[in-house]
Design a protein around this ligand. Structure first.
Ligand code: TXD
Length: 320
């Protein structure tokens, strides 16, 4: 027998892995037996301790993945997927844009270091403000656009799905919701493309009810911050990121809304914004252009404009 247990085929590194989203994501990836997990964080001892704690649950959870913790990027070498959750979480009363200054530096450094050791990895950014951070990560690494994406649309769609399910008393799994746009107050939920077993929700709910659910979806992150007071959501964000990791590692060709770099799609250029993407082993394999109403298209453009302004603000700030 070898003293080192057999390693998995895949490896996922999580930068910010000792934080709430990162560690919960590591747990989900391992418990679904998807990949070995490396939790990287800046706090000495913490990622190692969390990794050991998760390793000690392996027998009970009956999975075979190795989980390790580190503060050294060299230990992330050869990752198939790198997820960046490093940064500050939103505090009560703080907008996503307030986070921009601190998180920009953290994400740029994290992306550069991680890709230096895993040049073939697919990069998923989770840190807020999401669309801006994903743009900076792409710029810092110069990766092709199919290999850099942001996690937001899955989560925003999952929240819309949940609120539809709660309103109608129908199981969430029968509901497919679609939310595009930036991960912020200007996100664009699409009722006509949100269905219950194929039936658009517009057939089953009146406009006022749908508007109420859309409003709650837009405020989904803030609602949880207000309740928790000590941080933001992490269970559903971890599940959402895990879904993307699984789609990539298992080459599932899933249609998932994700923040993608647009080059003319939806009439938008040089910006990251949530759009429906086909995710597989190559990362974003294609972007689906839905037919939108004029109002939806305007809302998407308004959202993109606001992301664009924040990107410019962040770039200017990084130069200072
Ligand atoms: O939909 C979405 N995209 C999101 C985004 C949903 C939920 C959370 N969202 C954002 O993810 C949130 O606003 C934050 O920007 C990140 C992480 O949220 P989390 O709740 O996990 O924050 P924590 O618990 O504070 O964890 C952040 C970790 C923490 O352990 C820090 O020590 C670490 O990041 N950190 C770093 N790691 C590596 N390198 C550097 N430089 C670094 N700086 C901080």
């Amino acid at each position: 027998f070898s003293p080192t247990p057999a390693s998995h085929l895949h490896r996922v590194s999580i930068v910010g892995g000792a934080g709430k989203v990162g560690s919960t994501l590591g747990q989900r990836i391992a418990e679904k037996n998807l990949a070995d997990v490396v939790l990287l964080d800046v706090v000495d001892g913490l990622p190692k301790g969390i990794a050991l704690d998760l390793m000690e649950a392996r027998g009970i959870e009956a999975h075979n993945c190795l989980i390790s913790g580190t503060t050294d990027y060299a230990d992330t070498a050869g990752s198939d997927v790198v997820v960046i959750t490093a940064g500050l979480a939103r505090k009560p009363g703080m907008s996503r844009d307030d986070l921009i200054k601190t998180n920009a530096r953290i994400v740029v450094e994290a992306a550069k270091n991680a890709i230096a050791y895993s040049p073939d990895a697919i990069l998923i950014v989770v840190t807020n403000p999401l669309d801006v951070m994903t743009y900076l990560a792409k710029q810092a690494t110069d990766l092709p656009r199919d290999r850099v994406m942001g996690m937001a649309g899955v989560l925003d769609s999952a929240r819309f799905q949940t609120f539809i399910a709660m309103e109608l008393g129908i199981c969430s799994v029968d509901i497919q919701a679609m939310v595009l746009g930036g991960h912020g107050d200007l996100m664009v939920p699409l009722p006509a493309y949100s269905t219950i077993r194929g039936i658009p929700i517009t057939e089953l709910m009146d406009t006022a009810t749908i508007e109420r659910l859309i409003h709650r979806t837009r405020q989904g992150g803030a609602e949880i911050v207000e309740l928790m007071q000590t941080g933001g959501a992490y269970f559903a964000p971890a599940s959402s990121t895990c879904l993307m990791v699984e789609a990539i590692l298992h080459n599932q060709s899933r249609l998932i809304p994700a923040a993608a770099y647009l080059q003319g799609e939806y009439g938008l250029q040089d910006v990251f914004i949530g759009v429906p993407c086909r995710l597989g082993r190559g990362g974003i394999e294609s972007i689906l252009e839905l037919r939108l109403s004029e109002a939806e298209r305007d809302a998407l453009h308004t959202s993109a404009k606001s992301v664009r302004e924040s990107i410019e603000q962040a770039i200017a700030m990084l130069k200072r």
